[in-house]
Design a protein around this ligand. Structure first.
Ligand code: NAP
Length: 283
């Protein structure tokens, strides 16, 4: 059994590390195997979206979840182009069909466009919740201004999470977004923890991080595991690495067993200093 943590105000418990699924469509069979291995090892949530592979990834997830749907929290996302009131209700139906399930555990607005009327999207989310088609809802790629607007529109305790970019070279959310989310009881899901595969192998400007190398050796872990342990060191923050390889998926999940010391954390931060940004970094 992997340890779980409270997932915002949702009443649900999520493992610190879940299963990302973006870009799985080029290798469906391997991806199904990787997801199944992850579930068997105890990962209890999977992150997908209608956007991924134009719906194909939700179908891959359905295949992987056959027989174990009840063990896994399914998170999917609606694109802003579909996020009107009616559009959101319809997009959810399509996702449910592709995922071969009767409900999503969490439904997110993938990102906000200038013309996205978030009040409409959230009203649709509440309707879906009433109908039992989703158990909770949240947002993605929201900075503090948008989070405040969302909370003002719906009240506290409704939005369960904010999914945002978070990796060793992009720690900007530590300045405002994480503190806001913690103060308002919203879970943070960090996406692209390996910078889409760019980390931990090759941090910009140096072939390898001395801290990652040293700590991995001391703990008998891999740099990928140390990276994930660092990124999920705060119990309000969850990681969703993607791998289409079962061995890497298992490696990533085992990061939950690592305990980094204060000294380890400081050494990692010295190699990857945090920089504030004027706007929220996204991919
Ligand atoms: N809300 C949003 O806007 C948003 C944006 C981006 C991502 N996401 C979510 O976050 C998830 C993760 O982000 P991501 O897919 O962008 O990138 P990522 O998880 O940072 O990196 C994935 C890449 O790392 C490789 N990898 C995974 N584990 C590894 C390991 N232990 N050692 C070496 N390489 C490893 C994978 O290769 P293999 O697959 O070949 O193993 C893949 O190329 C996505 O899948 C998606 O669910 C959300």
């Amino acid at each position: 059994m992997m340890k779980t943590r409270d997932f915002g105000p949702s009443g649900m418990k999520f493992t610190a590390i879940g299963l990302g699924t973006w870009n799985m469509e080029p290798s469906p069979a391997e991806s199904v195997k990787a997801i199944r291995a992850g579930i068997e090892a105890g990962a209890n949530h999977i992150d997908t979206a209608e956007l991924y592979g134009d719906g194909k990834v939700e179908e891959i997830a359905a295949e992987a979840l056959r027989g174990s749907r009840d063990k896994v929290r399914v998170v999917s996302k609606v694109m802003p182009v579909n996020a009107s009131y009616e559009g959101t209700l319809k997009a959810c139906e399509r996702s449910l069909k592709r995922l071969q399930t009767d409900h999503l555990d969490v439904y997110l607005l993938h990102w906000r466009e200038e013309d996205t009327r978030i009040g409409e999207t959230f009203r649709a989310f509440e309707k879906l919740k009433e109908q039992g088609k989703i158990l909770g809802w949240g947002v993605s790629n929201f900075g503090v201004k948008d989070l405040e607007e969302a909370e003002r529109a719906m009240g506290k305790g409704k939005m369960v999470c904010n999914q945002v970019l978070y990796h060793l070279k992009e720690r900007a959310i530590e300045f405002e977004v994480i503190p806001w989310c913690k103060a308002h009881g919203v879970a943070v899901m960090g996406y692209s923890p390996f910078s889409q595969g760019g980390l931990p192998a090759s941090p910009a400007g140096r072939p390898e991080s001395p801290a990652l190398k040293k700590i991995s050796k001391e703990l008998g872990a891999t740099p990928a595991q140390v990276t994930l342990a660092y990124l999920t060191r705060d119990p309000a923050v969850f990681g969703i690495p993607k791998s289409s390889h079962a061995d890497r998926t298992l490696e990533n999940l085992r990061s939950a067993d690592l305990a980094l010391s204060k000294k380890d954390i400081e050494a990692i931060e010295a190699d990857f200093p945090a920089k504030p940004r004027k706007t929220l970094p996204t991919l």
